[in-house]
Design a protein around this ligand. Structure first.
Ligand code: NAD
Length: 316
């Protein structure tokens, strides 16, 4: 396997790169380092510093590396940024993705795995329901629209050019290497602040003082494993949810993390954040059926908190 990972210097892509190298695959990472970090790229991987919006640079990277498989993780990955800058979101997430899809066709890539979003595509998931892949998408942010468009382009490219693909719709992914300084990634933000003894905000689901939004938190190890399985052809479905089906409120998350770190900090009730979905929960049964049990939220958060603690120890 010759695997090209777009966005491989980022949180999720770099874990996929580690797993692929452990399998002795030839790996290349294509990334413009806008949010990714060069040190996340394993030394055994080739690196192309390249913007997916630049079709000729993408073409050159494909011609040089000659991938047989592509893991397309590069994206403008923030809902909030997409609301502020919808054109930029579309340029990266739609036009950039089309450059990758076209290069896959031109270079006869055998399989493409696309990082989509279950957290944003399904919109509000009513109480008592878990969104399966047959749940009608309600993309209410520019980010969700751009991800859903690429899913549709993949259908077209499959029919028109025979491009084989798997769409993985991730829930809220967390784990080591997630950026604690962005607007997204509440687990990373909380880990950083709790370990520093700083207060944390519980943004309201609806009213200030409630337990906060409900999310499906999935550990990076399970996400990376699902990606590798898809690349190996072990996921027969064109679209698969990568989530746990377990709901967790922001407050519960904060409590587990304080328990795991042994630190107690002030939890400040805060207003609802504009644009936040109140409840997002995926049906992850098919993933479990195909790939076995997932890491529990307690174990995943424990490993994540340990990683952030070690990082803090190294830097102090
Ligand atoms: N983290 C989550 O909870 C989550 C949930 C659903 C979907 N996703 C999707 O998973 C993928 C990976 O997300 P992540 O959390 O690892 O984010 P990340 O920001 O850590 O990684 C994205 C990577 O893409 C690179 N990139 C961005 N724009 C680029 C461009 N124009 N050209 C080349 N490289 C570019 C960044 O430098 C970064 O390394 C994204 O497609 C994201 O939309 C993530």
């Amino acid at each position: 396997m010759r695997l090209l990972i777009t966005g491989g210097a980022g949180f999720i892509g770099s874990h996929i790169a580690d797993k692929a190298i452990a399998k002795d695959w030839d790996v290349a990472v294509l990334d413009n380092l806008v949010s990714g970090r060069r040190e996340n790229v394993p030394s055994a991987a080739e690196f192309f510093e390249c913007d997916i919006r630049d079709s000729s640079a993408v073409e050159q990277a494909f011609a040089a590396f000659k991938p047989t498989a592509v893991s397309h993780q590069a994206a403008q990955a923030s809902v909030a940024v997409s609301v502020r800058e919808p054109q930029m979101d579309a340029e990266v997430n739609i036009i950039g993705s089309l450059n990758i899809l076209s290069a896959c066709v031109a270079h006869s890539v055998e399989t493409l795995v696309f990082a989509s979003t279950g957290g944003a595509i399904y919109g509000e998931v009513p109480a008592g329901i878990r969104a399966g892949v047959d749940f009608a998408p309600v993309p209410i942010s520019p980010y969700a629209c751009s991800k859903f468009s690429v899913e549709k382009y993949l259908e077209c490219f499959c029919i028109e050019y025979g491009l084989k693909y798997t769409v993985l719709r991730y829930a809220n992914v967390y784990g080591p290497r997630q950026d604690p300084h962005g607007e997204a990634g509440v687990v990373a933000i909380f880990c950083n602040r709790i370990l520093a003894g700083e207060s944390i905000l519980i943004n309201a689901k609806r009213d200030v003082g409630d337990a906060g939004c409900i999310r499906d938190y999935v550990f990076i190890e399970d996400v990376a494993r699902a990606n590798i399985a898809a690349l190996e052809g072990l996921i027969p479905d064109p679209i698969l949810n990568v989530g746990t089906g377990q709901e967790t409120t922001t407050q519960q998350l904060a409590e587990i993390l304080q328990r795991e770190t042994g630190k107690t900090v002030e939890m400040k009730p805060h207003d609802r954040r504009a644009g936040d979905i109140e409840r997002s929960l995926l049906d992850g049964d098919r993933l479990i059926e195909l790939r076995g049990p997932l890491v529990s939220i307690n174990d995943g958060l424990q490993q994540t908190a340990q990683w952030f603690q070690q990082r803090l120890n190294v830097s102090s």
